[in-house]
Design a protein around this ligand. Structure first.
Ligand code: CTP
Length: 446
């Protein structure tokens, strides 16, 4: 019996796939089809498959062409599979010509001509695109436009800013200073204006029937934040908090490990986020610098605290060193929390420097995420006995921004808020920013 093996993603199964499978089957007597797992595709940069692994498996199974289906989960697995399953022939489409010659050592390699004129990528692109507008001028805006090009189904069509950006292609991206003009031409808005404007911009967009992805904090008080979520629900719209770290695979996994008891009971979460960029003193006139340390960094720093310990803390203290108190610019802020069974602390600064690490302390061990933890692709679980330590690595592309855009687009399409940041967390973040502004639970240092 001649066994043939082939691999692919098979997203939105099309006749190019079916023709490939038919010809692969005809090469032998028994066809094994390897289908990529969602995680493996992520590490290969394929981030927005329309279908889940189970849906893709079902579609291949329903062709009736595969005698056996396996899941491809890691780099190098093909060699293992060929040896384990005793495959005689490995085959893929000619778009991979030459790429798998190294498998000749284990079996015969056959490249089959690819069917012209069709691919999953093209099918995804043909789907209706969500027109997104961006309001506000910041370094994130340029990053967001660049990152959105990796996501099928999203088109940045308009930017509302007072500072013209010549790097945008004028024929594709309309630039305007009029927010109403932006709202009239898009389906969704990414709000990245200064924090005091988030509530106003988000509310206006929601009232105009547009979905909103809003840089955190969504509002500078809990009440305003709650009002926006209620408005979104009432109008069947998506309102999502944009903290890119929340969308990285490594961050998601470390939260699950912390919650599943891997380090025992969590007794403390301590996170530090600082940035001391050359030439960017807190008093710069550049609008991006109008983000004080607390607004710029606290949403990210607070994320693991609230994700692991919840938002029902008993007490907190905010200690701040101002660089310009009148302008509400804090050089450094520290917040200490007391929860019923644990404690937490965050340190944020734009005019002070510390090691940007995250440590989750447990009764059996701790999770250590090295600096800069908010761009995390790696973390460790450490125990008393170093032999028990475990290291975890998950590829991170584009600082997590492209995963955030994928989640936003999927939420809009499915009409289901699949945000990685819970509403409670967004509310708790807004409440802390509000308390800072009102100097509640507050100590001034220096
Ligand atoms: N294939 C083919 N003809 C096509 C598309 C795919 O023969 N028009 C083959 C590929 O060469 C591969 C298998 O089908 O052997 C699975 O391909 P996959 O990468 O899942 O499909 P694509 O349509 O190429 O997906 P994408 O556009 O996301 O790369």
């Amino acid at each position: 019996m001649i066994k043939v093996i082939t691999y692919g993603t098979y997203d939105m199964l099309h006749y190019g796939h079916i023709r490939l499978l038919e010809r692969a089957k005809a090469l032998g007597d028994y066809l094994i089809v390897g289908i990529t797992s969602d995680d493996y595709d992520k590490t290969r940069g394929k981030i927005n498959n329309q279908q889940s692994l189970m849906e893709r498996i079902r579609a291949v199974r329903d062709t009736g062409l595969a005698d056996e289906i396996i899941v491809e989960e890691y780099e190098g697995q093909k060699i293992d599979d060929i040896k384990r399953l005793g495959a005689d022939i490995f085959t893929v489409g000619s778009d991979w010509e030459g790429k798998f010659d190294y498998l000749n050592e284990y079996c015969k390699v056959v490249y089959l001509p690819r069917t012209e004129g069709i691919s999953s990528s093209e099918l995804r692109t043909e789907q209706r695109k969500i027109k997104v507008g961006i309001v506000g001028k910041s370094v994130y805006q340029t990053k967001f436009v660049a990152e959105s090009s990796f996501v099928n189904g999203v088109d940045i069509s308009c930017v509302c800013t007072s500072e013209r950006d010549n790097s945008f292609d004028e024929s594709k991206v309309l630039q305007t200073t009029d927010y109403d003009e932006l709202l009239s031409s898009v389906d969704a808005v990414f709000v990245i204006s200064t924090p005091d404007m988030h509530y106003i911009h988000a509310k206006k967009a929601l009232l105009a029937g547009k979905h909103v992805l809003c840089a955190s904090p969504i509002a500078t008080s809990e009440d305003e934040c709650r009002e926006l979520f209620e408005l979104a629900k009432k109008n069947n719209l998506i309102l999502m908090d944009a903290i890119k770290t929340a969308y990285s695979t490594a961050y998601g996994r470390l939260i699950l490990l912390a919650k599943s008891g891997k380090i025992g009971q969590v007794v403390s979460v301590d996170s530090v986020c600082t940035s001391l960029r050359d030439g960017s003193s807190m008093s710069d006139t550049d609008s991006s610098q109008k983000w004080n340390s607390i607004c710029d960094w606290a949403p990210t720093a607070l994320l693991p605290v609230f994700d692991i310990l919840g938002t029902n803390y008993i007490k907190k203290t905010i200690s701040t060193l101002f660089s310009d108190e009148e302008a509400n610019l804090d050089a450094f802020s520290k917040i200490d929390f007391i929860f019923p069974n644990s404690v937490a602390s965050i340190k944020v600064a734009k005019a002070a420097k510390a090691e940007g690490e995250l440590i989750v302390t447990g009764t059996k061990g701790y999770i250590y995420v090295p600096a800069p933890w908010w761009k995390t692709d790696y973390f460790e679980i450490r125990y008393e006995n170093p032999e028990d330590n475990r290291r975890f690595f998950y590829q991170l592309e584009g600082e997590g921004i492209r995963y955030e855009i994928v989640a936003f687009a999927k939420a809009i399409e499915s009409k289901n808020n699949i945000s990685c940041i819970s509403e409670n967390t967004s509310l708790a973040i807004a409440s802390i920013i509000g308390d800072f502004n009102e100097r509640k639970d507050f100590f001034k240092i220096g």
